[in-house]
Write a protein that binds this ligand. Structure first.
Ligand SMILES: [Zn+2]
Ligand SMILES: [Zn+2]
Length: 267
């Protein structure tokens, strides 16, 4: 009788069927669920390696990505990382390119700003997007041309909640934005969560220039970088707006895809 009662208790928390190895101390049920959700979302399973589907394997992937000791055990430092605001694109690899190495094949890539935030004047958004594109274009032989109507290669917009792709935004905090690798339709598009407070760097909030430069890196074909100095690092960090620039890691990644911009004055 006692055994039956115990088993009934064991079966109750169905969502916790795959407990995460925890290094020390207790953890609330909510934290367990959040951690599992984070690992599933940002460390998607590789269909070729079945082992990588287990949560312990995902923990190791995350530890490898964030350059932590690879123990396969969850700890409070990892929980801290999980709570930071970040980009919605998964941390697929330690390397800074999407696995398929997709890129734009034309020398002129078009973009269109489809919708704006209420937090900043439209002119400011236009200027910051142009500035973010310049960060990348000065390193590679590619130019970006803004169009005012029709379909552009890179469609940029602000949206909240579900917004017409399979990745609904999540309200204030956590996921700030996401973008798609180069390709047709959604490919290259960059979306920013309108439930965040966006800033031009002079007010409180998420610095839109930093986020836009990061997301446009995805739009051009870069994945996340493990280098904390890289613009392509997945979590949002406050940086000095005066000295904000691409890191050597970002430049290496983008030049590996497109080559270097020649200094002959063309473009
Ligand atoms: Zn990202
Ligand atoms: Zn989206």
């Amino acid at each position: 009788m006692q055994l039956a009662v115990l088993c009934a208790v064991c079966l109750l928390p169905g969502g916790l069927a795959l407990p995460l190895p925890w290094e020390a101390g207790g953890m609330s049920e909510q934290q367990w669920e959040q951690a599992q959700g984070y690992l599933k979302r940002f460390y998607p399973s590789d269909p070729e390696t079945r082992d990588a589907n287990s949560l312990a394997a995902k923990l190791k992937q995350m530890q490898k990505f964030f350059r932590l000791p690879i123990t396969g055990m969850l700890n409070s430092h990892m929980i801290e990382i999980m709570l930071k605001p970040r980009c919605g694109v998964p941390d697929v690899a330690e390397y800074s390119l999407f696995p398929r190495h997709t890129k734009w094949n034309s020398r002129v890539v078009t973009y269109r700003i489809m919708s704006y935030t209420r937090d900043l004047p439209r002119m400011t958004v236009n200027q910051l997007v142009a500035k973010a594109f310049r960060m990348w274009s000065k390193e590679i032989p590619l130019s970006f041309k803004r169009v005012g109507w029709g379909t552009a290669d890179i469609m940029i917009g602000f949206a909240r909640g579900a917004h017409g792709d399979p990745y609904p935004f999540d309200g204030p905090g956590n996921i700030l934005a996401h973008a798609f690798e180069p390709g047709p339709d959604l490919g290259g598009d960059a979306h920013f969560d309108e439930d965040e407070r966006w800033s031009d760097g002079h007010s409180l909030g998420i610095n839109f220039l930093f986020a836009a430069t990061h997301e446009l890196g995805h739009s051009l074909g870069l994945g996340h970088s493990s280098d904390p100095n890289a613009v392509m690092y997945p979590t949002y960090t406050k940086r000095d707006p005066e000295s904000f620039q691409l890191s050597q890691d970002d430049i290496n990644g983008i030049q590996e895809l497109y080559g270097k911009r020649s200094n002959t004055g063309e473009d």
